[in-house]
Design a protein around this ligand. Structure first.
Ligand SMILES: Nc1ncnc2c1ncn2[C@@H]1O[C@H](COP(=O)(O)OP(=O)(O)O)[C@@H](O)[C@H]1O
Ligand SMILES: [Mg+2]
Length: 366
C-alpha cells in the first residue's frame, strides 16, 4: 500500500507518560476497508495507540491523519471513529433495542427511522427478535454483539476494537472471530483490532502490525509475517521457529549457499543473499517445514537424526530430534499420515530429518 491510499496515516508518533515512553516512533498506514490488527504482548502499547486514534489520548509528538485530516485538534466525538472494548460496555438496565439506539439519541431522527436502523443492526449481528430482551438476560457473546451493533449503528468510518473477544471462552471466541470477519466484509468499515492472540490476528486480519516495547517490528499480511518474518523476534512471536547459525557462501556470480551448523550447506538463489561471502546469518525453519522418515528421502536435503521426544496430538505429532553439530534439539511437527518405525522404538531411535531449500528463511545474525 502506498501512503496515498492510506485512510489512517500514523507518522512518527511518540507517547510519553511522564518519563516512560509507551509508544516509540511508530509510523504506518492503514487502508480504507482494511481489517488491520495490532498484535503484541500485554503492555506493548496497543491500547495506547488505539486510544490516540480515538482521541482519548494525545500524541506526545508525531501526527495522525484520518481520511486525510490531521486529528491533533479534533476531540473524540468529532472523529469518524468508534470504539468497542473488551468488557461489554452496555447498560444492564436498558433493553437490547435501547442499548443499540443509545448513540442515536442526540441525532433527532424520527422514531420509525430509528427503529428501522435498530432492526437492521439486529439482523446484521444475527439477533433478530431480541430487541425487547433485557441486557442482563444475554450471554457474553450476545452482549458483545450488542456492543458491536451499538458502535456500528453510528456508521463510523473506522471501528476500533480493543480485545473485544478476550472475555469469551475459546469455542465462542472462535465462532465470533468468523462472524466478526464476515460482518466487517459486509459493512466495509475499516477495523483496527487489538489482540495479544497471534492465532486470532492471523485468522481475522488483512494485515497485522507486530508490536513490542512501544515499537512496531513489522507490518505485513498474515502470510508474509509467517513465511517471511524479518527478525528473530517476529519469527518467534508468530508460531514456532528453529534457528541455525550460518555463514553466507558465494561461489562466483552463479551460485549461492548458506553453510549452517547442523543442517550442512543449503543452496539458495543468489538474489535472496543480501550479505557478502563469509557474512554470519541465521537460517530459520518452522517445525512443520521438516519431514521425518525411516529411510533417506529422494530429492530433499537430509541429515541423520535421533528422536528425542514425540507427542502424539491426533492430527499432528510434535517431535524433538537431535542432530550432530548442534546441542539444542530441533522442533519438528508432522501430520500423522503414517507411523515411523521410530515411533515404537522410542527415545534415541534413528530417523532422517529432511527439508527443502525453499522452506528456509535467512535472517541477520543476532
Ligand atoms: N495513563 C497511563 N499512565 C502511565 N502509564 C501508562 C498509562 N497508560 C498506559 N501506560 C503504560 O504504557 C504501557 C503500554 O500500555 P498499553 O497501551 O495499555 O499496553 P497494551 O494494551 O499493549 O497491553 C504499559 O507499560 C502501561 O503501564
Ligand atoms: Mg490493552
Amino acid at each position: 500500500m502506498t501512503s496515498s491510499d492510506a485512510f489512517i496515516s500514523i507518522r512518527n508518533v511518540n507517547k510519553f507518560f511522564g518519563g516512560f515512553q509507551a509508544i516509540d516512533d511508530v509510523s504506518m498506514d492503514i487502508g480504507k476497508g482494511e481489517f488491520f490488527s495490532l498484535l503484541g504482548a500485554s503492555g506493548c502499547g496497543k491500547t495506547t495507540l488505539l486510544r490516540m486514534l480515538a482521541g482519548f489520548e494525545s500524541t506526545s509528538s508525531g501526527e495522525i491523519l484520518i481520511d486525510g485530516q490531521p486529528t491533533a485538534d479534533v476531540p473524540p466525538h468529532h472523529r469518524p471513529v468508534n470504539m468497542v472494548f473488551q468488557s461489554y460496555a452496555i447498560f444492564p438496565h436498558l433493553n437490547v433495542r435501547d442499548n443499540i439506539a443509545y448513540g442515536l439519541r442526540k441525532q433527532r431522527l424520527p422514531k420509525a427511522k430509528r427503529q428501522e436502523m435498530v432492526e437492521e443492526m439486529l439482523d446484521l449481528i444475527k439477533l433478530p427478535g431480541y430487541g425487547t430482551r433485557k441486557a442482563n438476560e444475554l450471554s457474553g457473546g450476545q452482549r458483545q454483539r450488542i456492543a458491536l451493533a451499538r458502535a456500528l449503528i453510528l456508521r463510523p468510518k473506522v471501528l476500533l476494537l480493543d480485545e473485544p473477544l478476550g472475555a469469551l471462552d475459546k469455542q465462542l471466541r472462535e465462532q465470533m472471530q468468523l462472524e466478526l470477519r464476515a460482518l466487517q466484509r459486509q459493512v466495509g468499515i475499516t477495523f483496527v483490532f487489538v489482540t495479544h492472540d497471534q492465532e486470532e490476528a492471523l485468522t481475522l486480519s488483512d494485515r497485522i502490525a507486530v508490536m513490542s516495547g512501544g515499537k512496531v517490528l513489522q507490518v505485513d499480511t498474515p502470510h508474509g509475517l509467517y513465511e517471511a518474518p524479518r527478525t528473530r523476534e517476529v519469527a518467534s512471536f508468530i508460531g514456532n521457529m528453529n534457528f541455525f547459525p550460518a555463514t553466507v557462501r558465494r561461489n562466483g556470480a552463479s551460485a549461492g549457499a548458506v553453510e549452517t551448523e547442523g543442517l550442512g550447506t543449503i543452496p539458495v538463489p543468489l538474489d535472496i543473499l543480501t550479505k557478502p561471502d563469509g557474512a554470519p546469518v541465521q537460517v530459520a525453519l518452522r517445525p512443520e517445514k521438516f519431514a521425518l522418515s525411516d529411510t533417506r528421502p529422494d530429492g530433499a536435503l537430509a541429515v541423520q537424526a535421533r528422536l528425542s521426544t514425540s507427542a502424539y496430538l491426533g492430527e499432528r505429532s510434535h517431535h524433538y530430534v537431535t542432530i550432530d553439530g548442534r546441542e539444542e534439539p530441533v522442533a519438528v511437527s508432522t501430520p500423522n499420515l503414517h507411523r515411523l518405525a521410530g515411533d515404537d522404538a522410542g527415545t534415541g531411535a534413528p530417523v532422517w530429518l529432511s527439508w527443502t531449500p525453499e522452506s528456509i528463511v535467512i535472517l541477520d545474525a543476532e
